[in-house]
Design a protein around this ligand. Structure first.
Ligand SMILES: Cc1cc2nc3c(=O)[nH]c(=O)nc-3n(C[C@H](O)[C@H](O)[C@H](O)COP(=O)(O)OP(=O)(O)OC[C@H]3O[C@@H](n4cnc5c(N)ncnc54)[C@H](O)[C@@H]3O)c2cc1C
Length: 517
């Protein structure tokens, strides 16, 4: 007979040692989350990173779910904002995407309030079909606050039936990783500086046994988290997980990044400007503005991209443009054997909707949810991979929408985009919206109906019809409700301070030495 302790030991073989390879945003997010979630479980968590190799150093715009991540870690918002020179992001402004000299906003947060059980946008479509002149922007607090350069977090005193303002952050990626490193080390995570030069696999099952550093140190573990960046040191170079190349839908494969001096007012939104062979980002932080040109190497050389970018900055460049290369897509198996890949090691989708850090976050949440025992149950691994694939694909559909729903055909790049074949899921969503304004977005999707509406509407996809229920209120009743909502949005936004004022009062970061930027 086994004792209760022995029986438990036979059933429950917990792993003990976790090694995170890579100390970029992904590595330190994983370390912080593991340290917090597994606290008290006797786990040993180690991170190895190489100062010589460094990090990708970009990745500064986020989306609202990051608040959940910070909340789980019980991170104080003010401390985080100051430590990372952060500003607020309420939306993305898309310039020249639909056609030249056209601008629209994709805000966080919902438009208006649903009425009679259906999405608000149907009522607005009716308003427009009947000759109404109110813009859909007037019903979204984030859009209106972004345009006015104003911000305040949701207030308990706000009694409006409108959805609360939703926001995310722009932050300095290097400072964010450093912030999380301090957090993780305070919870007992051990950091090793060194370059991994060899990955040792177990002879019997091909699982990873250990990694060897250039100075001869060997780090063994039960679970390996590959956060080594694009090359995927463990998941690809050692375990050969394979890569799905998605360039047929997302042809951009290069970026040139450069910070510049900050502008007078810090806009609470990211700007994405469509360019001749891709698009340019502009991300305002407290101490500087991040900029980059994402482009397709078939249509633009690195030198051209660098010189064009330098002529299109708001302020003086603070460094030389830094080239980055990537292939849109994802690993075929993001979790293989005893290795889970996170961040750039797991795949990459261009930062048009600022999704990469979110994919790190959701990858960590999934890993925790399906956390393995020492036995590494294959069904959990399969589930992880299936859910990750679904998430990546869903983001891909949304990104492809931006390149397809455009009138632009003024350069070889944009003509190339016109010929991109829509993935079937996108095709189906597009057809449903274009014919009768319906947005049937699965509940688990990251981008909800309001995001799809913002981009469809912003990029000129006009539905032929709207939901029949939107015809039920009388014209006068509809006008009354719409006026009420837009006036609520206006009043709410007018009560907000300017974004910079709010930051100065609550989150002002210490000045940064120029060379540390
Ligand atoms: C052009 C561009 C713009 C982006 N913009 C955004 C954005 O606005 N929003 C967003 O959410 N995301 C964005 N991203 C993505 C974001 O930058 C990454 O998802 C995020 O920084 C995570 O990177 P990482 O930690 O996976 O990789 P990295 O930052 O590359 O870190 C890799 C780590 O692995 C270590 N390493 C590598 N090899 C070895 C070795 N042999 N031995 C030891 N250590 C090793 C390195 O030292 C480093 O610490 C952008 C990415 C690019 C390329």
């Amino acid at each position: 007979m086994f004792s209760a302790r022995e029986r438990k030991g036979r059933m429950q073989q917990n792993l003990k040692k976790i090694l995170i390879v890579g100390g970029g945003t992904a590595g330190w997010m994983a370390a912080a989350a593991c340290a917090k979630t597994l606290a008290g479980g006797g786990y040993e968590i180690d991170v190895v990173e190489s100062d010589e190799i460094g990090t990708v150093g970009v990745g500064e715009a986020t989306i609202p779910p990051i608040m959940e991540f910070n909340r789980t870690l019980q991170i104080d918002e003010a401390e985080f904002m100051r430590a990372t020179q952060a500003s607020v992001k309420l939306a993305i402004e898309f310039v020249d995407w639909t056609r030249l000299n056209h601008t629209y906003i994709h805000p966080f947060g919902q438009y208006g309030v649903p009425m009679q059980g259906i999405y608000f946008h149907h009522f607005w479509l009716r308003h427009r079909a009947e000759g109404g002149t109110m813009s859909h922007d007037e019903f979204n607090s984030c859009t209106m606050a972004a345009r006015a350069g104003r911000f305040a977090p949701p207030m308990a005193t706000d009694r409006s039936p409108l959805p609360p303002i939703a926001y995310a952050y722009h932050f300095d990626a290097g400072l964010y990783a450093a912030f999380l490193r301090r957090y993780a080390e305070a919870l007992g995570v051990r950091r090793h500086e060194g370059k991994v030069v060899h990955v040792q696999l177990r002879a019997d099952d091909g699982f990873i046994e250990s990694v060897k550093l250039a100075d001869g140190r060997v780090l063994a573990a039960d679970l390996f988290v590959d956060c080594s960046g694009f090359r995927g040191l463990l998941i690809e170079e050692a375990l050969h997980a394979g890569y799905e190349d998605w360039r047929e839908w997302l042809p951009c494969d290069r970026a040139m990044a450069v910070p510049c001096e900050r502008v007078a007012a810090t806009t609470p939104f990211t700007r994405s400007t469509a360019r001749e062979a891709g698009w340019q980002w502009r991300i305002p932080l407290q101490h500087r503005t991040g900029n980059g040109y994402v482009y397709c190497s078939e249509f633009l050389s690195d030198d051209e991209a660098a010189s064009l970018l330098l002529t299109r900055l708001d302020g003086k460049a603070l460094a030389s443009p830094r080239p980055l290369r990537f292939i849109a897509g994802k690993r075929k198996e993001i979790w293989k054997k005893n290795c889970v890949a996170l961040g750039l090691a797991s795949g990459f989708l261009e930062p048009l909707e600022s999704t990469s850090i979110h994919l790190v976050q959701s990858g960590i949440a999934r890993m925790m949810h399906l956390f393995p025992s020492a036995k590494f149950d294959q069904s959990a691994i399969d589930k992880y991979n299936a859910l990750s694939k679904r998430e990546y694909e869903e983001v891909r559909y949304f990104l492809v929408l931006h390149y397809k729903a455009t009138e632009r055909d003024d350069t070889p790049f944009w003509r190339h985009c016109q010929a991109i074949k829509k993935p079937p899921v996108l095709n189906e969503r597009w057809d449903m919206y274009a014919s009768h304004g319906q947005l049937v977005v699965p509940p688990l999707d990251l981008f909800k109906d309001s995001s799809w509406f913002a981009v469809f509407e912003g990029q000129g996809v006009r539905p032929e019809r709207y939901h029949p229920i939107a015809d039920i209120p009388s014209k006068e009743e509809l006008a009354r409700r719409l006026n009420l909502m837009s006036s609520d949005v206006r009043k709410r936004v007018q009560a907000y301070p300017m974004h910079d004022e709010y930051i100065r009062a609550h989150w002002a970061a210490p000045p940064m030495p120029q060379k540390a930027m």
